[in-house]
Design a binder for this molecule. Structure first.
Ligand SMILES: Cc1cc2nc3c(=O)[nH]c(=O)nc-3n(C[C@H](O)[C@H](O)[C@H](O)COP(=O)(O)OP(=O)(O)OC[C@H]3O[C@@H](n4cnc5c(N)ncnc54)[C@H](O)[C@@H]3O)c2cc1C
Length: 394
């Protein structure tokens, strides 16, 4: 059966549709139209529409690019093309969850229990929780080894049985149509009726010697989590924005002395700055660049350079809190979904992103307080919203 596609120069969905056909070795005939031309008029007459591309299989107008994706995902494309020997090689999922940190795993439990056909795709299992030793603030556990907590999350999800692709990076997504396309960096493509984005974040590192080596041995990226470990200790906080000031305030009733080291003058809210300055416990070094974290097995100090004088100084500390920002893992969504200045995906209270069938949860979103318990709750909400969305599609 012949496939004919009407396209126009500069039309991105026309390019997507042609690439889609070429990737699958589906031969097609192309008519490039310009608005107002004779061919354009003929196309409008046959389809009743002026949007492009317009695709015909034989005499039947099957719609545009999103419809093409839908036809392949439901298996109807090859039937219409008369290629009954050929099957779409991937199933259609009710939900594809991107990321297997706390948010993604929690979402999976809820989608599976709603009998949604679910696929989790993730680079790893556990996400940021695997970067720490212990979690002390997750409900039900006064202290739990982080690896154990991740193992519990994972085995909970496994009891319901879920399809997983782990160790793979999502490289590209196409979320616009009713059927969403998720393509891995190795080229494998999956189709879903909904997508739940739970790709989390990565803490911005200082990139100085000693930082990686002493992670969880005095170097921390999470004051909410680790401040209680520094009872009556001297600690340094690196950063000058709200996260750093909040970290200082987390530590102020716990640590003995706090050194705040910032590359710039403090940029956080004046309210926080006032509180920090009046705490009586904090020494502030602005326009100073940390150059090294010192210590063999545990943090013993921090070295920094004054940008004004060029002098190098060291301070003896038992802990270094790096609070120079969390980077949301949202780069592949940035052209498609609304994000804030930090690159966090904007969601409403039901975890909707503004694009039909696409939900987001956890640290990749603009929801405040980046914590396991928050991510888990948001994951549950995103999954229930995806379920609700599918119910309304029928
Ligand atoms: C050192 C450290 C200690 C912490 N300690 C605590 C604590 O004690 N208590 C607490 O409540 N919180 C703590 N936190 C915060 C907590 O870990 C996070 O808030 C939580 O993990 C967020 O969950 P998430 O699922 O949204 O994202 P993440 O945990 O970031 O998970 C995201 C997942 O998505 C995957 N992913 C990302 N991009 C892609 C891609 N392109 N393709 C495929 N997969 C992708 C990642 O591999 C990962 O599996 C800590 C954080 C850090 C860094």
């Amino acid at each position: 059966m012949n496939l004919l596609i009407y396209t126009m120069y500069g039309c991105p969905f026309c390019l997507h549709a042609k690439a889609f056909l070429q990737e699958r070795d589906i031969p097609f005939q192309e008519i490039v139209v310009t608005p107002g031309s004779e061919e354009w008029g003929r196309m409008r007459e046959k389809t009743g529409s002026g949007s492009l591309p317009q695709i015909f299989i034989g005499e039947e107008n099957v719609g545009g690019y999103a419809h093409l994706v839908h036809l392949e995902a439901t298996g109807a494309l090859y039937e219409k093309l008369g290629q009954t020997w050929r099957k779409s090689d991937t199933p259609l999922y009710d939900a594809i969850i991107l990321g297997a940190g706390p948010a993604g795993l929690s979402a999976a439990i809820y989608t599976i229990r709603k009998l949604m056909k679910t696929l989790i795709i993730s680079k790893d299992v556990g996400g940021q929780v695997t970067w720490t030793n212990d979690v002390d603030n997750y409900l039900g556990f006064s202290q739990v080894n982080a690896a154990e907590l991740v193992a519990k999350f994972e085995s909970h999800v496994k009891t319901f049985g879920v399809e997983r692709v782990i160790g793979k990076n999502v490289g590209a997504i196409d979320l616009a149509g009713r059927i969403k396309r998720v393509t891995l960096e190795d080229g494998k493509t999956y189709y879903g009726k909904t997508v739940v984005i739970a790709t989390g974040g990565s803490h911005r590192p200082l990139n100085v010697p000693g930082e990686k080596e002493l992670l969880a041995k005095g170097v921390s990226y999470c004051s909410t989590c680790d401040a209680p470990l520094f009872d009556d200790a001297d600690v340094a906080v690196v950063g000058g924005g709200n996260s750093a000031l909040e970290a200082v305030l987390d530590l102020v009733n716990i640590a003995r002395r706090i050194y705040l080291i910032s590359l710039t003058p403090l940029t956080g809210d004046s309210f926080y700055q006032e509180k920090v300055r009046h705490s009586g416990k904090v020494e502030i070094f602005t326009e100073c660049r940390p150059t090294r974290i010192l210590g063999d097995n545990m943090v013993q100090g921090i070295e920094y350079q004054s940008l004004k004088t060029g002098e190098i100084h060291t301070i003896d500390v038992e802990g270094v809190f790096v609070e120079i920002g969390l980077l949301p893992n949202s780069s592949i969504f940035i052209d498609t979904l609304a994000t804030n200045r930090k690159g966090e995906i904007l969601v409403d209270k039901e975890c909707r992103t503004g694009m039909a069938g696409v939900f987001a949860c956890g640290d990749v979103t603009d929801v405040p307080y980046k914590q396991v318990v928050v991510a888990v709750g948001e994951g549950a909400k995103a999954a229930l919203s995806a379920y609700e969305y599918l119910l309304n599609q029928k």
